[in-house]
Write a protein that binds this ligand. Structure first.
Ligand code: KG4
Ligand code: ZN
Length: 384
């Protein structure tokens, strides 16, 4: 069981369109309150930074109060406050950082400005996260998924695959609080962004991920062969002589290929209602899941990673989950897929990483730091 002295930490997340407040005591999750401005972005087909920032401002106090009420604690009880300082949308981050500083100043609590990507991994330390349900659509629990409810620490030789509307990255995590390396990332659109753009092309709505995922169930994933970006030998190279983009992704060519495909049907006079959108969606989804999982598993194998954690909103994708489980199992890599509410942006992951920083004796960031929209992954928490 948990020591009652484990640090009680409030985590604040505002890097994109979710205003999240989480409270943890050590590795125990006490509250995870999230308000999303997603509805307000629907008519634009993507997140509008200014709208997201204003929504954070409106949601800050009520969502904080909700988290405190759920956890049954007050601000005075806290041992520390952690806030996402980057990467993310500048205006959105600034609201969270300014609010966190105000709380820290008013209460005298130490404040940590922390890395959003590493926080996605930090959620994995929470009690029970690694004993979660099998990936949806896989039928049975894949052999590589950790089952034991006693396992709460992070596994050794850990990697993290983060896939959302804002990021597509593969990380190696040697130590959560001090040693994280970026192995590869997208060089253009994030995977979720590609989903959103393709959904718009198909007139399927926003956010694109869930609609395309649903549409794809009725289509043939082999109907069209869409490109797998940065998979040509000149980019990939060999294990001995890696190409420049061996572990990187690119989704802009795929998005263009889908657009050309739709245009060809239109040019041929095919009415909109007869364009095979389900086949296009399924083939697009197959290309995304194929290239993400193939590159992630290769990066793991070549960097000694034996356990992979999946994070980000696209972790909800049925095909990504099943194909990743299949390929990790074949490569002898264990896989953790946290529940979707902890995969998408939330404050609990920020609090979880904050508590690990406190426990490891890392110095807080003070009150002088600024939001850093391009914060590199190696910068896990900001120095004072
Ligand atoms: O992590 P998240 O909530 O926010 C950030 O972007 O940081 O992720 C949202 C993204 C959106 O692009 C959405 O289309 C995508 O996750 N998404 C999905 C699915 N559910 C949500 N993408 C593919 N398949 C899904 N089932
Ligand atoms: Zn995120």
């Amino acid at each position: 069981m948990l020591a009652p002295t484990a640090p009680l930490v409030l985590g604040i997340e505002s890097s994109c369109d979710e205003t999240g407040f989480g409270i943890v005591r050590g590795i125990e999750l006490l509250a995870n309150a999230v308000a999303s401005s997603m509805e307000e972005h629907v008519r634009f087909g993507g997140v509008i930074p200014e709208i997201a920032a204003r929504a954070h401002l409106e949601e800050f106090t009520p969502t904080l109060q909700q988290a405190l009420d759920t956890a049954g604690v007050t601000l005075d009880d806290l041992d520390a406050i952690a806030v996402t300082s980057g990467p993310g949308l500048a205006g959105a981050l600034m609201v969270g950082v300014a609010g966190a500083k105000a709380l820290a100043l008013a209460t005298g609590k130490p404040l940590y400005g922390i890395n959003h990507l590493v926080a996605h991994v930090g959620v994995g330390v929470l009690d029970g996260v690694r004993a979660t349900e099998p990936p949806a659509g896989s039928g049975t629990r894949p052999a590589g998924v950790v089952l034991s409810p006693e396992l709460t620490g992070l596994p050794e030789h850990l990697g993290a695959l983060l896939v959302s509307g804002g990021h597509t990255e593969i990380l190696r995590v040697d130590r959560l609080t001090s040693d994280v390396t970026l192995l590869g990332s997208t060089i253009d659109d994030a995977a979720g962004e590609a989903y959103d753009k393709v959904a718009r092309l198909l007139g399927a709505g926003y956010p694109g991920g869930p609609v395309i995922d649903r549409l794809a169930q009725e289509g043939d994933p082999k109907a069209f062969r869409f490109p797998r970006g940065l998979s040509a030998p000149k980019f990939v190279g060999t294990a001995e002589e890696p190409g420049r983009h061996r572990h990187d992704w690119s989704f802009s060519g795929l998005k263009t290929a889908v657009a050309r495909c739709v245009e060809q049907f239109e040019a041929a006079g095919v009415p909109d209602t007869e364009i095979p959108t389900a086949d296009i969606a399924a083939s697009f989804q197959e290309a995304v899941a194929d290239v993400i999982t193939a590159k992630a598993v290769r990066a793991c194998s070549e960097h000694g990673i034996t356990h992979l954690m999946l994070g980000g909103g696209v972790a909800a994708n049925s095909r990504l989950r099943s194909l990743l489980a299949e390929r990790c199992e074949a490569a002898g890599i264990g896989l953790t897929v946290p529940p979707v509410r902890l995969c998408t942006d939330n404050g609990a992951m920020v609090a979880a990483l904050g508590a690990q920083l406190v426990a490891d004796g890392i110095a807080p960031s003070g009150l002088d730091f600024a939001a850093d929209p391009g914060q590199p992954v190696e910068r896990i928490s900001l120095p004072a």
